[in-house]
Design a protein around this ligand. Structure first.
Ligand SMILES: [Ca+2]
Ligand SMILES: [Ca+2]
Length: 201
């Protein structure tokens, strides 16, 4: 059976490849024609019809990304759901125009990397206040939940429900004290956040 660690790393590598692909293509195609839609903008990309796909693996020392999703056999034995791995969220949390990365971890806490540009990232988890230690973090999402034009953070976990962190616009987060369930998130969302795991004998 494929382990949660392996699956999470596969997701991380894929997302990093996507970021690399996006930023690399953006730099190589300066003449993008942007169309403004409701709340966002979009531009068509052109791709070469010949040659190989343009993915390049970047090593950890090059990028500064050294996240590992730790999962012990003892924890797996207690809760098989941990083998599903953990999620990753991408978004510009400090509004500098570059996509930042937030990794969820099962036993080692979560990590937020600030994109410094030129394929370099910096761990800003401590100052951002989003480490979430001591919980089995399984999923996360960036979204502007309070409408102040910065990305807030939702973190889901096994046995701990969903936690909401509001962004001050500079990638410093404060956890919401709102009790679940509470509007405006709705019944389905709170039901997801309140999922509990059960030990399998
Ligand atoms: Ca950023
Ligand atoms: Ca916000």
């Amino acid at each position: 059976m494929r382990s949660g660690v392996e699956m999470s790393l596969r997701v991380a590598f894929l997302l990093l490849a996507l970021i690399s692909f996006y930023e690399g293509r953006s730099a190589a195609l300066p003449n993008l024609t942007w169309r403004t839609e409701s709340g966002f903008r979009v531009a068509d990309l052109s791709f070469p019809l010949q040659g190989r796909a343009g993915f390049t693996l970047l090593a950890s020392p090059e990028t500064g990304i050294a996240f590992t999703n730790y999962l012990s056999e003892a924890t797996v034995a207690k809760n098989r759901l941990t083998e599903s791995g953990s999620g990753v969220a991408l978004g510009d949390v400090d509004n500098d125009g570059r996509v930042d990365i937030y990794f969820c971890g099962l036993e080692g806490g979560n990590t937020l990397y600030q994109n410094l540009g030129s394929w370099r990232f910096q761990d800003i988890t401590g100052q951002a206040g989003v480490a979430c230690p001591g919980q089995l973090s399984t999923g996360c999402a960036f979204a502007d939940l309070d409408g102040d034009n910065d990305l807030d953070l939702l973190v889901n976990s096994l046995g701990g429900g969903t936690r909401l962190f509001f962004n001050d616009g500079r990638a410093r987060f404060t956890e919401s004290k709102t009790e679940w369930p509470s509007p405006p998130f709705g019944r389905d969302f709170t039901r997801l956040g309140r999922c509990r795991w059960q030990r399998i004998p």
